[in-house]
Design a protein around this ligand. Sequence first.
Ligand code: PEP
Ligand code: MN
Length: 293
Amino acid sequence: MDERRAPGELGPRRALSTRPGEIRVGPSRVRLDGGAFVVAAGPCAVETRDQMEQSAEASWRAGAPLLRGGVHKPRTSPYAFQGLGDEGLALLSRAGRERGLATIAEVMDTSQIPRMVDDVDVLQVGARNMQNFSLLKALAKTRRPVLLKRGFSATVEEWLLAAEYLLDGGNEQVILCERGIRTFEPSTRNTLDLASVALVKQRTHLPVWVDPSHATGVRELVIPMSLAAAAAGADGLLIEIHPSPQDALCDGTQALTFPMFDVLMARLKTLLHALGRELAAPATLPTAVARTP
Ligand code: PEP
Ligand code: MN
């Protein structure tokens, strides 16, 4: 097919025209379809049971209804920690379940889908896989919501067309996530393109999240960029936190400490209130779990 087309001929259709259905996940059936503002927090990579339990506790306490944690890690170097795989999946889902949190993890390959659809509430497609069309086509056939990150060299049009593979393939539960693009600026890991958030919110009905952790790569910039994302109209945030960022096996420099995450959530609540939006809350815990110190 000729891709040198007139604008609109082969461009996004469903992303521009369909209003997404309800997206609800996890024990509290938290809505991800653009109503209340949603925060997903957790470490870059699942490392240990203790790390996941502490992260789940910190997320829940601060009021984030989703727990993140990568088990298959797309690392630039083959010598870097690649993730715990299925063993990590069990730790993530267990920690989420114990705190009543929905879970989100990255799927890198079609072979990982069958195992992950059972254990994870939201499947993340990473920046490096945004145009992995076989993966997108396979995910289109699942019933799980997909968080589609923008590729770091992808235009907004290419991002929406990647979403189109999911939507047209039968999965309407699509959430877009801006995670920064590669520019000439080396002082941040990527350049956070917040104009894309406002633009995509105007062009589509899909919920749009922002990942200020990968967008900046700098812990101290995560709070201000999170607030800026909410002000720009984002529907949610994907935030990396770690009980001990200096010991993290992956992306420690951008992980918030738990006290920093508390500050972020408190400021976010104030900002969202001023914007007339609510923060989605985690499930209330069963009494037995709530008493656990
Ligand atoms: C991640 O969320 O840990 C990740 C690898 O993100 P990205 O695909 O945006 O680099
Ligand atoms: Mn990471």
